[in-house]
Design a protein around this ligand. Sequence first.
Ligand SMILES: Cc1cc2nc3c(=O)[nH]c(=O)nc-3n(C[C@H](O)[C@H](O)[C@H](O)COP(=O)(O)OP(=O)(O)OC[C@H]3O[C@@H](n4cnc5c(N)ncnc54)[C@H](O)[C@@H]3O)c2cc1C
Length: 366
Amino acid sequence: MSKAVIVGGGIGGLATAIAFIRQGWEVEVLERSARIAEVGAGLSIWPNALRALDELGLGDEVRARAAEEGLAGIRDSKGRWLSRSDVEAVRVRYGSPIMMHRADLLDILRAAVPKSTLRTGISVSEVRSDGTVVHSAGTSTGDVIVGADGIRSVVRRAVVGEIEPRYSGYTAWRVVITPTEPIGDMGETWGSGERFGYAKLADGRVYCFAVANMPAGTPGGGLSELRSRFGTWHDPIPALLAAADESALLKHDLYDLPDLKTFVAGRIALIGDAAHAMTPNLGQGACQALEDAVVLSRVAAKDADLSRYDTLRRPRTQMIVKRSRAIGAVGQLSSPLAVLARNTLMRLAPSSAQFKALAPILDWEV
Ligand SMILES: Cc1cc2nc3c(=O)[nH]c(=O)nc-3n(C[C@H](O)[C@H](O)[C@H](O)COP(=O)(O)OP(=O)(O)OC[C@H]3O[C@@H](n4cnc5c(N)ncnc54)[C@H](O)[C@@H]3O)c2cc1C
């Protein structure tokens, strides 16, 4: 039986484990953390990724624990619409995007991987060119080695050498709250160098996220800063922030990766953020990791040469990294003139423009 060693037990690593097991492979997952867990935040899963989850046999379970995403559109800080999403067109053509808690997705993935294949508390320090994985408990070998170890991947060094992630220029906050009053349309609000968004989860809680321009590593940034930045924006943003709990607040500087020249070296392949970490402006990072998992397992099952995985995945994911970065640049404009021009253009653009822009991302088939 062929064997895959997967470094990293995040969304990408677990999905890859499931995909290889379904192809009849033996799998060993090496995860640095003592237990497999996800941060307390929401995750949007688009129809392209739901197709990948269907392929893993998990689509229905995921849909059952998720809320259908409303895709309402984008407003300015006073609540005036800048653009409306053509929700129905997306639904009819591609199916409904969903919003779920990350922990729920990870639970579903973890439950589908046999316990005996998960080795937690093991940190990988090096992958040699012959495919030997060196880690804190010794070494592991396999027919395929998968780097699913995130944006600061160790496995990536064996494929393309040292690559520095790029700071986007903005930081993100995330928090899940229990609302004190019913909230209306979900959506996103764009200001000057700042954005705020919220979306309902299946259990009635609300996932909120916010973004602001600032140098990497800026200290502070607790709830009081969020309230002073966004507390005067349109309803229900002040009420959502009032219901937030400091201990549940997450703050992360946002990075992405420059284009790698390949995702594959011999029998080593990179997936997910290790290969193509992207800013979250399109909500596609985890979605692309799910697509990677399915494609890599299929290529590996057919062929000892993994280069077809690189051919199939690199152009697509790098296109999405670039689009995501471009949307972030527009969303984070901060000079008054540029913001005025952007907002005017957004008001004039037809809602079908957004639908057309999403098409090459959502129309992915296994
Ligand atoms: C603010 C924000 C919002 C986002 N929203 C969305 C969204 O709505 N939709 C979406 O699709 N994506 C979203 N993303 C992107 C998504 O979170 C990532 O793309 C996805 O989690 C990547 O999964 P991964 O498994 O590739 O990497 P990771 O989640 O980073 O997992 C890597 C795993 O490898 C382990 N590891 C690392 N190094 C080692 C080592 N040396 N040895 C052993 N184990 C190791 C880590 O502990 C970790 O468990 C968002 C990201 C951010 C920052």
